[in-house]
Design a protein around this ligand. Sequence first.
Ligand code: AMP
Ligand code: ZN
Length: 113
Amino acid sequence: MDCLFCKIISGDIPSAKVYEDELVYAFKDINPMAPVHVLIVPKQHLSSMNDITEENSALIAHIFVVASKLAKELGIDESGYRVVSNCGADAGQTVFHLHFHLLGGHKLNVEMC
Ligand code: AMP
Ligand code: ZN
């Protein structure tokens, strides 16, 4: 499959890895919007939030456990952070492999839409 994040997960395209386990891969965003900007992605190819179902909900829950853990490790748990997933054209999704942006390290824009 011609998917950028599948190629990053497989190592065919290099990335700055932050975390990996059997289900999840996390790496620094190449165009950071904040001092901490990490992308957390399931190793399983899901295209977007639209592919989330009861069947894969444990995987999605695990991603949020990882997000909380990484926020602590990256030192933004006390200062605050945001987890975002863009879905589809109106949200500006550019890579169609489900991913969650972990953003923090400075005061984030309060306007979310
Ligand atoms: P989205 O716009 O929500 O689909 O997010 C896609 C994100 O992937 C953007 O923030 C990009 O900067 C990021 N991105 C694209 N290519 C790479 C890459 N090769 N390595 C790391 N991040 C990337
Ligand atoms: Zn993929």
